[in-house]
Design a binder for this molecule. Structure first.
Ligand code: GUN
Length: 285
C-alpha cells in the first residue's frame, strides 16, 4: 500500500504562506499583487482552469482581472492586449491561458509577454534562466511536483528519476528541476524504445503524457515514488490521470491521486510567482 501525497494539503500550505506575506506587504505598503488572466474562446477545460486561478487569487488576497476574448480574436488583437497589460503599472503578472485558437501563434504571444510579468515562466528568457538554475519564476507544474516530492521526505540526490513526456510546459523543465537537485534524470517520449524497461528503473517516476491510465503496474519498480501530472476526462465524465492508479498504487511507496495531486499545486505555484513579480517590480526584496 502506497502513501498518498495530498496535493490539496501541500497547496493549501503554500497558499497560506503567500497569503500571510501578501497581508504583511499590504499592511506595510498599501498595495496588493495583481494578476491579469486572459482567455480566448470557449474551451471548457480552460474556463475551469481560469475560474480556479481567479478563485485562488481571491483566497490569497491578490487582485485579479479577467480578459475574456471571443474565439475569432486575431493575433494582432491579442498582441495589442498583451502590450497594454505589459505597460500597465497596476498589473504585476500576465497569464494567457493555453491553448489559444488556431489562428493565433502561441509562441508569438509567449514571446510578447514582458519577461518580468511572465508568471507562467514560458518566455524564452525565463526558460533559459531555469536551464541555468538561476531563476525567479518557477515553472508552475514542475515546481509543484518538486514540492510534492519534498513532502514525502525522500531525498532526490542520486536517485534515478524518469520523466515521461517532453513538453515545454512540463517534461523539459521538470527534468531540469530534478537535475538541479542532483537526480539522475532520463526523459522518455513517444519514440522511446522499450519504455517499460526504462520506467522500471525509476526511483522517482513523473508522468506527463496526457494518455489516460497509460502507466501500468509492470512499468513501475516496487517502492517507487509515482507522480501523475495527467488530467484526462473519460467518456463517463470521470477525471483520471496518466497512471492506472488501482494497479500501480499497491507497488508504489508514494503516489499522487488524480484529482487532488499535482493539479492544485500548479495554481499554488502561480500564486507564488505572482507575489515574486509584485515584489520585484516594487523593489520589495
Ligand atoms: N494550459 C494548461 N496549463 C497551462 C498553464 O500552466 N498555463 C497556461 N497559461 N495555460 C495552460
Amino acid at each position: 500500500m502506497a502513501n498518498l501525497i495530498d496535493g490539496k494539503q501541500v497547496s493549501a500550505t503554500v497558499k497560506e504562506q503567500v497569503k500571510q506575506e501578501t497581508e504583511n506587504l499590504f499592511q506595510k505598503y498599501g498595495k496588493r499583487p495583481a494578476l491579469a488572466v486572459v482567455i480566448v474562446g470557449n474551451n471548457p477545460a480552460s474556463r475551469v482552469y481560469v475560474n480556479n486561478k481567479k478563485k485562488a487569487c481571491e483566497m490569497v488576497g491578490f487582485q485579479s482581472f479577467e480578459y475574456a476574448l471571443p474565439e475569432d480574436t486575431t493575433q494582432e488583437e491579442l498582441l495589442e492586449l498583451v502590450q497594454t497589460l505589459n505597460a500597465d503599472e497596476n498589473i504585476n503578472g500576465i497569464l494567457v491561458q493555453l491553448p489559444v485558437p488556431k489562428q493565433i501563434d502561441e509562441n508569438a504571444i509567449i514571446n510578447a509577454i514582458s519577461s518580468e510579468k511572465d508568471v507562467d515562466a514560458f518566455h524564452p528568457e525565463n526558460v533559459g534562466k531555469i536551464m541555468i538554475g538561476d531563476y525567479a519564476f518557477l515553472p508552475c507544474t514542475p515546481a509543484g511536483v518538486m514540492e510534492l516530492i519534498h513532502a514525502t521526505g525522500i531525498e532526490i540526490s542520486g536517485k534515478k528519476c524518469v520523466v515521461i513526456g517532453r513538453s515545454n510546459i512540463v517534461g523539459k523543465p521538470m527534468a531540469m528541476l530534478l537535475l538541479h537537485e542532483s537526480g539522475t534524470v532520463t526523459i522518455c517520449h513517444s519514440r522511446t524504445q522499450d519504455l517499460p524497461s526504462v520506467t522500471r528503473e525509476a526511483d522517482i517516476l513523473v508522468v506527463a503524457i496526457g494518455k489516460a491510465n497509460f502507466v501500468t503496474a509492470d512499468m513501475v519498480k516496487e517502492g517507487a515514488v509515482v507522480i501523475d501530472v495527467g488530467m484526462n476526462r473519460l467518456e463517463n465524465g470521470k477525471l483520471c490521470g496518466d497512471v492506472n492508479f488501482a494497479e500501480v498504487e499497491p507497488k508504489a511507496s508514494w503516489i499522487t491521486p488524480v484529482p487532488g495531486g499535482v493539479g492544485p499545486m500548479t495554481i499554488a505555484m502561480l500564486m507564488k510567482n505572482t507575489l515574486t513579480a509584485f515584489k520585484k517590480q516594487n523593489n520589495l526584496f
